[in-house]
Design a protein around this ligand. Structure first.
Ligand code: KE4
Length: 446
């Protein structure tokens, strides 16, 4: 089959969606703006595979942007979901399932002595910021260029290229006032952090960081970076917030804080802890969480927070993850995938490098003459995004669904097997020719 006509039903579905949904999608990245073409509409998923509305099958490396570390529709998670749903989907009142999932999280992440469930990572982060400001009585939040923490106003800010820049609104609708107390720092640059806190530490409420960056593509913390943040925050009485929405239970069962042995004051979570249903959480030191309403005065609430169906999915997911050998299996498959992608690029003479921590990774296409390393947003922003887009489309045509954007993380699940990896490697060898751009229009015929 040629590419023409391959996505007919997705195109029809997108045209219909655009008549009633903003941009035709319910989250911007899904619209394929960064890679071009019509977004693929999916009909179902099972394990490592997705099937689109044109009945094409794909090896899926998006995994719903991280939650599906066990793959699509794991039998035991679905069974547990169905039992919970049959008993009622939401009561707006306490259930023991919330306590059970909270206990599992607190056992996995010792820095989380107490927590509160919400319904998204954004909600978790915005609540954690409010709490940090209340606990310290200070206004300033420090974030890092290239890190994304959801769409709360205080963090939809862009920094300049300087060592530390006052956050400027990065979206219409975010006011100067909302951005004023946010300062943007370069990732993996402790000197910049130390200088900024030396200057403004007395007004610093918190430093928030993705302990492994996943939203500029995957960028691991430089050796000592996270511990350095811990030391600087402690020195100035600012709270250290690890945004582990993506890394929590992803890079290790105990998240990045366990993997790197650094203890944050607050942690935000999402994605995996909901097992594919909408769940977020924020938690940390008991003395800080004691300020959250109704025990304390920091208000935060949510109609469906802790609903029994989402809790059931999270409980079963964490129980399965705590099983023997899951992370070792993820490491083997992820290492193999990274090697095959780098080998395909090398064989095609394409400048590319893979950044990886555990089962989250990014294949960066490097602009000509750039060093083969991506250690911060300044490096990442120079990636050859057009090459990535050509590679993405060529892989899509060959049944491999990668994240539709260079600045996203690719996720391997426990369901990915040797057959998936072999199919991916074969497709990558061909698709690299498209990435190289040597084919007319950058497209490699099927
Ligand atoms: P949500 O509000 O999307 O549940 O979580 C926001 C968030 C917070 N913190 C981190 C580290 C995150 O990665 C995210 C969301 N991640 C994106 C992936 N780049 C979600 C995908 C999307 O926006 O559609």
């Amino acid at each position: 089959m040629t590419r023409a006509g391959r996505y007919t039903r997705s195109e029809e579905a997108f045209a219909r969606a655009r008549r009633v949904l903003a941009g035709g999608v319910n989250s911007p990245v899904r619209a394929f703006k960064a890679v071009g073409g019509t977004p693929v509409f999916f009909a179902r998923g099972k394990g490592s595979r997705l099937v689109d509305v044109d009945d094409h099958q794909y090896v899926d490396y998006v995994g719903s942007w991280g939650p599906l570390i066990l793959g699509h529709a794991p039998a035991r998670v679905i069974e547990r979901l169905m039992v919970a749903a049959a008993g009622g989907t939401s009561f707006g009142a306490p259930t023991t399932a919330e306590t059970e999932l909270a206990e599992l999280i607190a056992q996995a992440l010792p820095a989380v002595e107490s927590l509160r469930f919400v319904n998204s990572g954004t909600e978790a982060v915005m609540s954690a910021l409010r709490l940090a400001r209340a606990f310290t009585g200070r206004p300033l939040i420090f974030k890092f260029a290239g890190c994304y923490h959801g769409h709360c106003d205080a963090l939809l800010v862009a920094g300049g290229s300087g060592m530390a820049t006052l956050g400027a609104p990065s979206s219409p609708g975010v006011t100067e006032g909302a951005a004023r107390d946010t300062i943007v720092l370069p990732y993996n640059n402790l000197d910049a952090v130390a200088a900024a806190l030396q200057r403004d530490g007395a007004r610093a409420a918190a430093v928030i960081v993705e302990p492994v960056a996943g939203n500029m593509g995957v960028v691991p913390p430089a050796p000592g970076f996270l511990q350095g943040l811990r030391d600087i925050c402690s020195r100035h009485g600012a709270l250290l917030i690890f945004d582990e929405v993506m890394t929590g239970f992803r890079v290790a069962y105990g998240g990045a804080q366990t993997l790197y042995g650094v203890t944050p004051d607050l942690t935000t979570l999402g994605k995996i802890i909901g097992g594919g249903l909408p769940v977020g959480a924020y938690g940390g030191r008991r003395e800080i969480m004691a300020l959250v309403s109704p025990e304390g005065a920091v208000y935060q609430a949510g109609t469906l927070s802790g609903n029994p169906v989402a809790m059931a999915a999270g409980i079963e997911t964490l129980r399965l993850l705590h099983g023997l050998g899951v992370y070792e299996q993820l490491e083997r498959a992820s290492s193999s995938l990274a090697a095959c992608l780098e080998e395909a690029a090398r064989q095609a003479g394409v400048a590319a490098v893979v950044n990886r921590v555990g089962s989250m990774l990014t294949l960066f296409f490097l602009a000509a003459g750039r060093p083969a390393r991506v250690e911060n947003w300044e490096d990442a922003s120079r990636a050859d995004t057009a090459a990535y887009a050509r590679f993405f489309r060529a892989m899509l045509d060959r049944g491999v669904y990668l994240p539709p954007g260079q600045y996203e993380a690719l996720f391997v699940s426990a369901a990915h097997d040797e057959e998936d990896l072999a199919l991916t490697a074969a497709a990558a060898r061909e698709a690299m020719r498209a990435a190289r751009g040597s084919s007319p229009g950058g497209h490699v015929p099927l």
